[in-house]
Write a protein that binds this ligand. Sequence first.
Ligand SMILES: [Zn+2]
Length: 90
Amino acid sequence: MTAAHAPGPWKRIGHRMIADANGNAFCEVWSGGCDSLTAADATEALIAAAPGMLAKLRQLAGECAECQGRGCRDCADIQAVISKATRAAS
Ligand SMILES: [Zn+2]
């Protein structure tokens, strides 16, 4: 099942909170779950960048010379990441 994610771009709004394009905070990275504050900050940055990375992956898959994004062996790794990122929890 595919589900739409919170509208991007996402932005860091302080205290390791992330908000969607409408300014709605929807995620907080708890530093206690990370090895250090630096790791928590890096995790926050990675999450906040996710919509942009997903868009870039979709662009790259669409530019595949072999399949133009329909799926083939050349871009299977990209398609797998897109699928993982867009699959709803089951
Ligand atoms: Zn391909």
